[in-house]
Design a protein around this ligand. Structure first.
Ligand code: 2NL
Length: 343
């Protein structure tokens, strides 16, 4: 083997044993074997001195070396770039990310629980418009013309031509519609949103939620009312719950009462939730005023009835001990997440 051939052999070995693992190694290699002053160039010069009969063979060997140097460079370059800008690899065998199950709104949880309690004793559910006329929200319910609830200060009025409309201030308006459109016996509850023109604070809001109940039949008495409320209180707050009725006044009931339950926290012993009275107010009720029955075309000589109304926020406050009304409408996910429930 000639001297030039052993140089070729030596360089070929060197090229084949190269390990180009970094950009720097790759660049050093490129300058040495492929750059403008690469170490193969002198071989081409030397070729001229090779005897003619060997020229062709040696020329082919140098070319082969040049090509091999290029191939090896290309190979390592590809490997290196593949490692830096890696394509996203999806592992289809990984377990899926579970979807978090949402929670019901606490107002809906309580609402559904109240509905369920009354459905078990034969009450149906009725709904009606949130924008009401004066008749269904006030007049039919025996509110006198000068009653303060009819004031702009207390009620949101809605302008629509010459019609006087308002955002309903209670769901009694729904029950007036039920009385007008059906014949006794009537057993219905009407849950829904109601509006009051009030400044928003921890204890007041311009809207809240109510459930009202209405029972009309022959010979309905105050005892029936009291027993129904006791049943409700014990279903809602526990079998040992006691109730207490205090005389009160509403334009649409006579007599009227406010109902307290024995404190759900201290069971009547006295604590800061019940302000050391042992009792918590939960609803208002009474016997439907005869004039309200007459307004809805029900004869008060033939029928009597009782009605009651409660704030859902108030019941939720007692059950969940949430003492700021604003939390119910702010939709803070940290608040809402806490109410995973069967209802
Ligand atoms: C309360 C008190 C009450 C009624 C609502 C009613 C409905 C008709 C006739 C008579 Cl159609 N009464 N509803 C009766 C007494 C009290 O609500 O404190 N609500 C939050």
């Amino acid at each position: 083997m000639s001297e030039i051939q052993s140089k070729i052999e030596q360089l070929l070995n060197e090229v084949r044993q190269s390990e180009l693992k970094t950009e720097t190694e790759l660049e050093t290699y490129r300058i040495k074997f492929l750059g403008s002053k690469n170490c193969l160039k002198p071989l081409f010069a030397e070729l001229k001195t090779v005897p003619n009969e060997q020229k062709k063979a040696v020329g082919l060997q140098i070319n082969e070396l040049k090509n091999e140097a290029q191939r090896i460079y290309d190979n390592f370059k590809e490997k290196l770039s593949g490692a830096t800008d890696q394509k996203e690899v999806i592992d289809y065998s990984r377990p899926g990310e579970p979807n978090e199950i949402g929670a019901r709104h606490p107002i809906n949880v309580i609402r559904n629980e109240i509905i369920s309690i009354f459905e078990r004793i034969g009450y149906g559910v009725s709904e009606g418009p949130e924008i009401e006329d004066d008749w269904h929200n006030f007049s039919a319910l025996n509110f006198p013309d000068e009653h303060p609830a009819r004031d702009m200060q207390d009620t949101f009025f809605v302008e629509k031509g010459d019609e006087e409309l308002a955002l309903r201030t209670h769901t009694s308006s729904v029950q007036v519609r039920v009385m007008e459109n059906s014949k006794p016996p009537i057993r219905t509850i009407s849950p829904g949103r109601v509006y009051r023109n009030e400044a928003i604070s921890a204890r007041a809001h311009c809207f809240f939620h109510q459930v009202e109940g209405l029972f009309i039949d022959k010979d309905v008495s105050f005892a029936d009312l009291k027993q129904t409320i006791l049943y409700f209180a014990q279903e809602m707050f526990g079998k040992k719950t006691q109730i207490r009725l205090r005389p009160s006044y509403f334009p649409f009931t006579e007599p009227s009462a406010e109902v307290d339950v024995s404190c759900t926290i201290c069971k009547g012993k006295g604590c800061n939730v019940c302000k050391y009275t042992g009792w918590l107010e939960i609803l208002g009720c009474g016997m439907v005023d005869p004039s309200v029955l007459t307004s809805a075309n029900i004869d008060p000589k033939e029928y009597s009835g009782f009605a009651f109304g409660m704030g859902i926020e108030r019941i939720a406050q007692l059950k969940y001990r949430v003492n700021d009304l604003r939390l119910y409408s702010e939709n803070d996910i940290r608040f809402l997440k806490q109410f995973k429930s069967a209802f």
